[in-house]
Design a protein around this ligand. Structure first.
Ligand code: PGA
Length: 254
């Protein structure tokens, strides 16, 4: 049974105090996670360790990083490596968020290297993909996302792809309040699963969790997550509001 995941992405928001308070209040909410359900909270690097301590090792709740370097160590001022995440007890990291691609010029080839560093260091990547508005309007979104996936992931073995986590986030739906319809999400998620099946076989594709991201909120989460190929969500704005995010968690499929 593949994992159903509600992942918060705080981006560059909240003071440390506000962030720790949010985690504390979230953990007081009455969601009950099944063994195949996970909650991830991707926080600014500076907050990783205190946020992890605050989450107190609650079962199936993990603090995640928002990025890591494609290098293991060395003269890369301001960067953090997958090896450092492991050494600090952080198990999950977002890789290739569209804001990293746009503002930091991350390419599919560089992201392939980041994925390698994660897997070498036992950090679980959440690989983000998704098309900009002009690509959607030109109706070339399927091949655009397929290229992102094949160029960054298709050097992996079937064993490495087993249970992999991908987040599909159409850029035109991020932070815009404009959500993809649940039908648009399902169509792309099925396409992604088919692309993986064509390379690795249906058995492996069925184990891959594909999260939807882009203006997910309490009011639309359960409908989107209810689609057969949507395995949860990556949530920005609504993850900063404790009641919203706990409703989103409750919207996960079992
Ligand atoms: P949003 O962001 O939920 O605010 O649209 C999603 C994301 O960028 O991960």
């Amino acid at each position: 049974m593949r994992k159903q995941i509600a992942a918060a992405n705080w981006k560059m928001n909240l003071s440390l105090e506000e962030g720790l308070d949010l985690i504390e209040k979230l953990l007081q909410k009455d969601f009950d996670l099944k063994s195949n359900q996970l909650v991830l909270v991707a926080v600014p690097s500076l907050y990783l360790i205190p946020a992890k301590e605050k989450s107190g090792g609650k079962e199936n709740v993990f603090v995640a990083a928002q990025n890591c370097s494609s290098k293991n160590n060395g003269a890369f001022t301001g960067e953090i490596s997958a090896a450092m995440l492991t050494s600090a007890g952080i198990k999950y990291v977002l890789i290739g968020h569209s804001e990293r691609r746009e503002h930091h010029g991350e390419t599919n080839a560089e992201l392939a290297e980041k994925i390698n560093r994660c897997l070498e260091n036992n950090v679980i990547p959440v690989f983000c993909c998704g098309e900009p508005l002009d690509v959607r309007e030109a109706h070339t979104h399927n091949s655009y996302v397929e290229d992102q996936i094949s160029e960054s992931l298709f050097h992996l073995s079937a064993a490495q792809m087993n249970g992999f986590i991908i987040a599909y986030e159409p850029i035109w739906a991020i932070g815009t309040g404009k959500t993809a319809s649940s039908q648009q999400a399902q169509e792309m998620h099925l396409h992604i699963r088919n692309v993986i099946a064509a390379k690795y076989g249906q058995g492996v594709a069925e184990t891959v969790s594909i999260l939807y991201g882009g203006s997910v909120k309490g009011a639309n989460a359960s409908e989107i997550f209810g689609q057969p190929d949507v395995d949860g969500g990556l949530v920005g704005g609504a993850s900063l509001i404790v009641d919203e995010f706990s409703t989103i968690i409750k919207g996960l499929k079992q």
